[in-house]
Design a protein around this ligand. Structure first.
Ligand code: SF4
Length: 309
């Protein structure tokens, strides 16, 4: 691999748009989503349920059910090739070999017809069936399976949500260990989909914040956690369990309202109805992304020069 190739991001998601046809109309669930992921880097993709995190992962794997779904626009450049342009036979080789994915509920990903040992490698000699494993054990098996082929990219979609806190910590340790072990050879990158800010603090190098199918803020994990700029990111961090409340004994804040319907995207910022800083122009026009640093951006009128005028 020459120097020019290693300088390229491993994954570059560019202008990704995904639509789903529903009984009520077409929902644009991803709109102009863009971010990059370098070799060996851990990128956290954060946001509430329904913000498009998992759909982004499925689009990268080209596993969006078609129909009712459809990748409507964009490019998914992976190691110099557009995944959207690959024939399905080649894409099958990419999945599992070069990009592996672990899901929230490992029971559904393990094939109950085979012993876990069959599924990992004979040398592990585990003659147990998935249902005899605890949730944490199954998730460890999934991670081992996912990393057995030393993928370039591991996509972990809420890998610890169904597990208790102690097992969660063990799973994060395992991902970090395996990532480091394989980084010496191939630089495995991790895309961690989560709504757990504790996991972000522990695992991530960089963060992409998504809201209603769009990227609203990007930055290093330290920048995002210590100096969030988008009102939505601030809300997510203020609501994070584990965060100390400003007044001891007082409950944590909540972001008022819910993620809006994606059937009718208005012209403006999708967060406007929930945002305490919203101004009249927020509902009428989408703020352009503002670069705050080399890999730091925010999409909010508060950061556009003259945007609050
Ligand atoms: Fe709030 Fe307006 Fe910024 Fe949207 S653009 S987050 S509504 S201030």
């Amino acid at each position: 691999m020459n120097a020019a190739m290693t300088a390229l991001p491993l994954l570059s998601v560019e202008g990704l748009g995904v639509e789903f046809r529903t009984r009520l109309g077409v929902a644009r669930v991803l709109d102009e989503v863009g971010f990059t992921l370098a070799r060996g880097e851990t990128l956290a993709v954060v946001g509430e349920s329904g913000c498009g995190k998992s759909v982004t992962a499925l689009a990268i794997m080209r596993l969006i059910p078609q129909p009712p779904g459809r990748i409507a626009s964009g490019r998914l450049m992976f190691d110099g090739r557009d995944l959207l342009a690959l024939p399905e036979s080649e894409m099958r080789r990419v999945r599992g070999n070069r990009i592996a994915m672990i899901f929230q509920e490992p029971m559904t990903s393990l094939n109950p017809a085979f012993t876990v040992g069959d599924q990992i490698a004979e040398s592990l000699r585990l003659h147990e069936y998935p249902h005899q494993f605890s949730g944490g054990m199954r998730q460890r098996v999934m991670i081992a399976l996912a990393l057995a082929c030393q993928p370039d990219l591991l996509i972990a979609d809420e890998p610890t949500t169904a597990l208790d806190v102690t097992v969660q910590a063990q799973i994060f340790d395992l991902i970090a260990e395996l990532r480091e072990a394989s980084a010496t050879q191939k630089g495995t990158a991790v895309m961690l989909i989560t709504h757990d800010m504790g996991a972000v603090a522990e695992m991530a190098d960089r963060v992409v914040v998504m809201y209603a199918g769009r990227v609203v803020e990007t930055g290093s994990a330290v920048e995002i956690l210590e100096s969030p700029q988008h009102p939505y990111t601030r809300g997510l961090i203020a609501c994070a369990p584990g965060r100390r409340t400003a007044v001891p004994g007082q409950p944590l804040e909540e972001i008022p309202g819910t993620v809006p319907s994606l059937l009718e995207r208005g012209a403006g910022c999708m967060f406007a109805e929930r945002c305490a800083s919203a101004m009249p122009r927020c509902s009428s026009a989408l703020p352009p992304p503002t670069l705050l640093g080399p890999s730091r951006s925010v999409q909010c009128w508060l950061h556009v020069e003259g945007g609050t005028a």
